[in-house]
Design a protein around this ligand. Structure first.
Ligand code: FES
Length: 274
């Protein structure tokens, strides 16, 4: 009878497995999805203009810290938190507002418990699937190699909560052009973006822990009962955290693309403003 050497539930060697399903489809889709997003987001981050079309601002550029007046498709100066583009900015880098803020959503997504699994599988083949052989390495250290970086997630959460509030602020003003209330396709696109980000963030493991995960008693007093209720709601979202992670990732890129295309005049934004 043939003998198969198994290590941790799988045969030895890269992609070796006893699984008979198409386990590689999810890994391949993850690879394509993440690569596509990174490629688009990198390109967009280096574009100095076309992140604004009144009253829409791309979520890639918000909060808008500085703006270079006169740049094509840039927001008016009064939209920037700190005014005109700073003189200390290196001349070899484009004056792109995204470059100033990208580190916050990037660090949040990169250290997300769901996305860690996704890119460990898709890029590092460590392992490429459940019960599937990993890329051979001299020493397996689990997550300890990047542990300090990955532990930043709880701090990145605080920043992303601020970003969420800013996105809702932008969404609110996306319904007003020149002080007149209206609805455009862009208003709806940005509203969906803020909603998906909320569903993603409020299902975050760190957020859930903050709400009630560290409580020893769920029913001791009114405060713990309240926090238990919030923890349970976060747990519902947490069960679909990966799904909301992907939806919000896709939609934030689409929102940037939509605002960019409208700003460049390539797409007409149908709206009640005419
Ligand atoms: S665990 Fe995914 S966002 Fe926190």
């Amino acid at each position: 009878m043939e003998q198969t050497i198994r290590v941790g539930g799988h045969a030895r060697g890269l992609a070796a497995t006893g699984r008979t399903d198409r386990w590689w489809v999810g890994t391949l889709l993850t690879l394509l999805g993440l690569t596509g997003f990174v490629a688009y987001a990198t390109w967009a981050a280096f574009q100095p203009g076309h992140f604004f079309h009144d009253p829409y601002i791309s979520p890639f550029s918000s909060p808008l810290l500085f703006v270079r007046p006169g740049a094509a498709g840039a927001a008016p100066l009064q939209h920037a938190w700190f005014g005109a583009w700073p003189s200390w900015w290196p001349s070899w880098l484009p004056a792109s507002p995204s470059l100033l803020i990208l580190i916050f959503p990037l660090s949040f997504r990169l250290t997300c418990y769901y996305f860690r699994k996704a890119y460990y599988r898709a890029y590092a083949a460590s392992p490429p699937g459940c019960a599937v052989g990993a890329l051979p390495r001299s020493e397996y250290r689990g997550e300890t190699g990047l542990l300090i970086f990955q532990n930043l997630h709880r701090y990145a959460l605080y920043f992303i909560l601020v970003f969420m509030v800013v996105h809702y602020y932008d969404t609110f003003w996306a319904f007003f052009r020149d002080g007149v209330f209206g609805v455009g396709v862009g208003s709806i696109v940005l509203t969906i973006d803020a909603a998906l980000l909320t569903l993603y963030v409020f299902g975050c493991h760190s957020w859930r822990h903050l709400l009630g995960g560290k409580l020893d008693c769920f029913s001791c007093d009114a405060s713990s009962r309240l926090r238990h209720g919030a923890w349970r709601k976060a747990s519902i979202l947490n069960a679909s955290h990966g799904l909301f992670g992907w939806l919000s990732l896709f939609w934030v890129a689409f929102s940037d693309y939509y605002v960019r295309m409208v700003s460049m005049g390539r797409i007409h934004d149908f709206s009640t403003w005419g």
